[in-house]
Unconditional design. Structure first.
Lengths: 204, 204
DNA sequence: CAAAAATTTTTATTCAATAAAAAAATTTAT
DNA sequence: ATAAATTTTTTTATTGAATAAAAATTTTTG
């Protein structure tokens, strides 16, 4: 039995995030105040704080919501056969960057990264990390498939490789959003260079 | 001829950063107010803002100062001969993590990372990135040396490899400071796993 | 030494964040 | 169905970061 209170709470949550998303898009992150979000939602400013703790908390909730769709999109758009490892990671990065800029602009993504690190250990940053984990495993799964198909040596640990490549991709993603002038093309080139260099080392 | 004004300015700058460092250590970052720093320095709160823009700006100035010493330390403590690539990067990471926690605690490093991303494009974040660049080149130089010694194949591009490995190391560093419970040992293990997996791929 | 220029301080305002008390709504028990 | 108990929201108030503009002070220059 879902009580009236539980339903009201869920409803308010949704409305707060939805108002926030609209306002962030319209006025940018810095310029929208908690009070703006509260007013647009029809609650008091303190209620927004009660629900999400901080303005960044509202933003993280919004991002986590969007990213569920990202994982689905990655799973369907990434190739499963004839996988070249470098191209796999570049496509992965491409989809992520495309998803990012169609939903929010770079200025806001910078706030997201900042919030995730300062709010380490809170409920919302945990949710964000779980999503990162899931993203990494999209890569891991494709690597396992490529290995099964014989495109990658059997001695390679797909979990470690997937995570390492995810971190690398993520570092380049942060670089992408850190400057408005940085293009996806440039980032993709850098990612290719990273991997070419790494894969040419060939230890034991 | 350095004018009196220039000298006073330089002096105030130093005193502000020095007071801030002491206060951050004593009370933590969140608990020290700009007003505290101003009072300890003997200037007004607005002056601190005039000098560094934000509280995070003061923190970045402090970090940049410390990191000059880090580069020197890395250059002397890292091996130049008989270099194993994996061990080189692990030592590199080890020195950086050690340096980090002896100077400031993890909570404060989280603020540093956050500040660098939100304040992208400002004078101080630029200075931080230049230092990151220099750090990456410490690695590049050692790789070049290892290559000259024949420990790494000639086809490897040392600049791309150095930067890629620096990014990887940096991602793990962020993971290190993101949780108080995360140990250096654990991070070093992960870094080894990352590299083992990457170096076992061996593309054409 | 006085006028000009630069810098700091004072003063004031907005907004995030937090806490505590008051008010309003829902739930539960009768 | 209603009154008491509980939960939730709102009101009210406070602290501190950030910013802006005017006033005061100090240094520089002629």
């Amino acid at each position: 039995m879902s009580t009236l209170r539980a339903r009201q709470k869920e409803d308010r949550r949704k409305r707060i995030v939805s108002s926030a998303k609209a306002l962030f898009k319209e006025k940018g992150y810095e310029k929208t105040t908690i009070e703006n979000i509260a007013e647009a939602t029809g609650v008091s400013g303190v209620t927004v704080h009660n629900y999400y703790g901080t303005k960044a908390g509202v933003l993280l909730a919004l991002v986590v919501e969007n990213d569920e769709a990202l994982i689905a999109r990655l799973n369907e758009s990434l190739p499963t056969e004839d996988i070249d490892l470098v191209e796999l990671v570049v496509s992965f990065a491409h989809v992520i960057m495309d998803h990012a800029i169609t939903h929010l602009d770079k200025e806001i993504w910078r706030q997201v990264i900042a919030a995730v690190t300062t709010e380490a250990g809170t409920r919302l940053s945990e949710a964000y990390f779980r999503l990162d984990q899931q993203l990494a495993y999209v890569l891991v799964n494709r690597i396992e498939a490529a290995q099964a198909a014989g495109a990658i040596p059997a001695k390679v640990d797909p979990v470690h490789l997937g995570k390492a490549l995810f971190h690398l991709q993520n570092a380049r993603f942060v670089q992408f959003i850190s400057s408005d002038a940085m293009s996806r093309e440039e980032i993709e080139t850098r990612l290719r260079n990273d991997m070419s260099a790494l894969f040419s080392v060939c230890l034991g």
